[in-house]
Design a protein around this ligand. Sequence first.
Ligand code: FMN
Length: 317
Amino acid sequence: MQTRLTKALNIAHPILCAPMAFASGGALAAATTQAGGLGFIGGGYGDADWLDEQFEIAGDTDVGCGFITWSLANNPALLKQVLDKSPRAIFLSFGNPAPFAAQIHAANVPLICQVQTLRDAKHAISIGAQYIVAQGTEAGGHGEVRTTFTLVPEVADYIANNAPKTILIAAGGIADGRGLAATLMLGADGVLIGSRLLATTQALVHPNLLQALFNATGDDALRSKIVDIVRGRYWPDRYTINLIQNAFSDEWHDRSDELRTNTDAQNSWNNALMTGDANIANIFVGQGAGLINATDSTANVITEIMADASQHLSRWA
Ligand SMILES: Cc1cc2nc3c(=O)[nH]c(=O)nc-3n(C[C@H](O)[C@H](O)[C@H](O)COP(=O)(O)O)c2cc1C
């Protein structure tokens, strides 16, 4: 399957693995690239030693790296550290990418910006992002309220009329070949997948939390602020995080002000994340949860999505 994305990045399949903070390490990123897509190390909030280790694990395999933009602004030296490793691309999401664009362009590294609104897509294009990821609210992890189903075609129209060389990638709720085929029809050139690739042998995630994902349906996904409060991560107001509900979120989702001052509750969540107590710690996945039922290798997941998408596309051709 050839698209503008596969041609631009010289990859076999139009699938990128999301730079999931703490979960997408060098192993998952490299496995995605080796399976024919392109993988990203989840630089997240930025830890210089962790980034070095994960690039070391990826070895000679081409991978990109993602940063949470507002957090990178607190430690901009991380960008040079990663650019010095010749990443395949830099992926910025959640915040203003403008202050970093010139440095990324000067290094001749493609800039991918993930956006949640048409307004931010226009801004990212205006500062020279060659790739836009339109992320719908179905997505795991942080995001906003626009749906994949309307955001992707709206950004596709804007690109077609104003910046036709820009490549468009869809994200949010894409967990199988139907999702890939559907978003190509919405005007995307490929997809970015997070939640489905979290359930792989290469992702960094506690098996008990994965079991909570397998037990869940899309109905169990909840956009909330509570896990940012318990982790002491002060995200801009506009973003919430998609997680699978459990006893902890049932108790605290509507009481976030009280949670801010309850250190016992905060500590119990953070301990539970380490021990894998899925009644307390939440797994951060989105509405695609109901389509994800087992762990598999990254290579098998990507092969299956491609086969499934091709079958759907030829059936309806
Ligand atoms: C566990 C998890 C962690 C994530 N962390 C990040 C992150 O650090 N930076 C980022 O840009 N996006 C992050 N995301 C969002 C992804 O980039 C992507 O938009 C999302 O996974 C796509 O939707 P899907 O999960 O339905 O595939 C994360 C997603 C998940 C599931």
